[in-house]
Design a protein around this ligand. Structure first.
Ligand code: GAL
Length: 657
């Protein structure tokens, strides 16, 4: 594979006389890819059927002429005004029942068949016009599904679609009543047409009802994406189909969308995410305000790699201050370079910066680009240039394949929906729980792969962790049975049936020969009432009372005598949400038992193994001496004294592996 750089460009924002110069400057910078077109519908079809593709052809020709490879976005995230006026019921409806109107973007409903047809029509027209253009290397479907919380819509179209979906799933109203437990509160129905959407209820709706609505809504995103992907494949042979996912977005099943893509990609805005999407306290946010959270980007690199068939990109990389977080600081010098290299450390093929030139108008006028609005190079430009030079020198040395990571984390979107529906305690959030495990493994210097819960392949992992899993798939139980490494299950894993009920044998609902443990009761805790565990650390937020059977032993016990961690052979069950210290000591212990090479790292320093190499990255504000980890002087890139924002790359043998 060739590791490459790209940029997002909007030819329709600039006079045509500038395009050639822009393209030449991109190529000179060392960029090879350029994504265009994803919001341009009003220019591509100003009136129904009046296609105007000539300007886009000239833009693609110009970029291609400069040697750039074009990724063309389908413009379906921004349906034009005339289309919305033609069928206003395509607009999404919020949970409060109000219509989400025209005037920004993503104003469409995934359930609306009429809009689906329109999206297919414009995709087909573009695919026929440009599918075989020699400058075109790939397509991006739509833009950031779920951005601005747009997966769920409570429209008439959604209600009709949901009813049909339920009919297919349950076949009879009786089966639905049984599965959901509708005898409770007289919720029984006698026709599928009686099923309402689970919003605007007096108090909470039935969790099984909401869960099916979440599954349905996710399926609608998959359907929408697949419809475009199929058209593109039929008319644009050899070109890759890509979608750009977002950070901390769980509303649809990214594994299912990924199955219809050639390349998964995501949009990485480290500083915006830290301000906007992090559970960390203010001191942490202050500490990393100009660097981003040291684990947030890596988490998504690993997650979206798992949704792909092996190939993944960063489609949008933050190049300077953004405009959309509560505060929008500038990155510390060197961070744009570090973020780019971190993606490559996790196996990215391409990192593409958002955007080429800062737009002086409209919603994102305060968002940096690689160029300032006056076309002078902005700070990010210099760092992108450095990455381009370093790639030219190093790319050939690096392996294509990352190889197995040390640890697998089982990840499951349905679990995120389930605990959003029924947190039971305010803090119980699936992403937050999984992120705690991920961060702690990284603090131990370990590399992580994510694995999908319904198609798990656990072979070769020293340690597998399965926190917060809603319900078991047979495939996962079989994989655990076959796995000879360590397994850590819980908290809350296997605590529901697929119908959102408590399993008959009580959680974690595993066969006794796997792990003889039952959760007899659970409680959730205020943040200020943690339960101390003997040996150090506490259980917080969520706590289980465990009963163990013969052959299962207690490993850790809370100070009040309740078992916190139990084990049967290599299989462990954790009965609560550990604080950072307790989680560190548990994962240190299990990783040690699994024979993994642990390197305890300070907050800002992280490692990532890739093939025969290891990358070190410093998000912190202090230098870090890699000699402390056993690194020799023989580095492919960087210095052994790793400066703030520094990166270093070594052969495994030269880094003490
Ligand atoms: C992304 C989006 C881009 C742009 C960018 C600004 O979420 O895909 O179109 O809005 O954010 O940071």
């Amino acid at each position: 594979m060739n590791r490459t750089l790209g940029v997002c460009y909007y030819p329709e924002h600039w006079p045509e006389t500038r395009w050639a110069d822009d393209a030449a400057r991109m190529a000179k910078l060392g960029l090879t890819h350029v994504r265009i077109g994803e919001f341009a519908w009003s220019r591509l079809e100003p009136k129904r059927g009046a296609y105007d593709f000539d300007w886009l052809r000239r833009a693609i020709d110009t970029l291609h002429g400069a040697g750039l490879k074009v990724v063309l976005g389908t413009p379906t995230a921004t349906p034009p005004k005339w289309l919305v006026d033609e069928m206003p019921d395509m607009l999404p409806v919020g949970v409060d029942g109000s219509v989400r109107g025209f005037g920004s973007r993503r104003h469409y409903d995934f359930s609306h068949d009429g809009y689906l047809e329109e999206s297919k029509r414009i995709t087909l027209a573009l695919a026929k016009a440009f599918g075989e253009h020699p400058g075109l290397c790939a397509w991006q479907t739509d833009n950031e599904y779920d951005c601005h919380n747009t997966t769920l819509s409570y429209s008439a179209a959604a209600r009709a679609g949901f009813q049909q979906w339920l009919q297919r799933k349950y076949q009879s109203p009786e089966a639905l009543n049984r599965a959901w437990g509708n005898v409770f509160w007289s919720m029984e129905i006698s026709e599928f047409s009686e099923v309402e959407l689970p919003n605007l209820t007096v108090t909470e709706a039935n969790p099984a009802h909401v869960m099916d609505f979440r599954r349905y809504a996710s399926d609608m995103v998959v359907r929408f994406n697949k419809a475009q992907a199929d058209i593109i494949r039929a008319h644009s042979p050899g070109r890759d189909v890509i979608h750009n996912f977002m950070g901390r977005t769980l509303a649809f099943d990214h594994f299912a969308v990924g199955a219809d893509l050639d390349i998964s990609s995501w949009d990485s805005y480290p500083l915006g995410f830290l301000e906007d999407r992090s559970d960390q306290d203010d001191a942490w946010k202050r500490q990393f305000a100009r660097a981003g959270d040291p684990d947030f980007q890596a988490f998504h690199h690993d997650l979206y790699r798992a949704t792909s068939k092996g190939r993944w990109w960063v489609m949008e990389q933050q190049p300077g201050p953004v405009n959309w977080a509560p505060h929008n600081p500038a990155p510390r010098d060197g961070m744009v370079r570090l973020w780019s290299w971190e993606a490559f450390a996790h196996g990215a093929e391409t990192v593409s910066y958002f955007r080429w030139r800062q737009a002086p108008f409209a919603q994102e006028q305060m968002h940096a680009g690689l160029l300032r609005p006056d076309s002078i190079e902005a700070e990010g430009h210099r760092e992108a240039a450095q990455v381009a030079k370093e790639l030219a020198r190093l790319d050939g040395e690096l392996d294509d394949k990352a190889g197995r990571a040390d640890v697998a984390i089982v990840f499951d979107y349905a679990s995120a929906w389930a605990w959003e529906i029924q947190p039971q305690g305010r803090e119980f959030d699936y992403f937050r729980l999984l992120f705690d495990f991920y961060r702690t493994l990284r603090r131990l210097g370990l590399s992580v792969d994510f694995v999908a819960a319904d198609t798990p392949s656990l072979e070769g992992y020293g340690l597998v962790v399965i926190p917060g899993l809603f319900t078991w798939s047979q495939a996962l139980i079989g994989a655990i049975e076959a796995h000879d490494g360590l397994v850590l299950i819980g908290p809350r894993s296997g605590s529901k049936t697929a119908d959102f009920a408590i399993p008959e044998t009580l959680p974690p609902a595993l066969p006794d020969d796997i792990l003889g443990v039952r959760v007899s009761r659970i409680e959730t805790l205020r943040a200020d009432m943690p339960v101390p565990v003997k040996g150090g650390g506490t259980i917080r937020f969520w706590r289980e009372y465990l009963e163990i059977g013969a052959g299962t032993g207690t490993v850790l016990i809370a100070e009040d005598g309740v078992p916190a961690l139990v084990a049967k052979g290599t299989r462990h069950y954790l009965g609560g949400w550990p604080d950072a210290d307790l989680l560190l000591s548990i994962l240190r212990r299990l990783s040690g038992q699994a024979g993994l090479a642990i390197r305890e790292l300070p907050d800002g320093v992280r490692l990532r193994r890739h093939g025969r190499h290891v990358f070190a990255l410093n998000y912190g504000a202090k230098p870090f001496d890699l000699a402390d980890l056993g690194w020799s002087r023989d580095l492919l890139l960087g210095q052994r004294m790793l400066s703030p924002s520094g990166i270093a790359v070594a052969r495994l043998a030269d880094a003490g592996y």
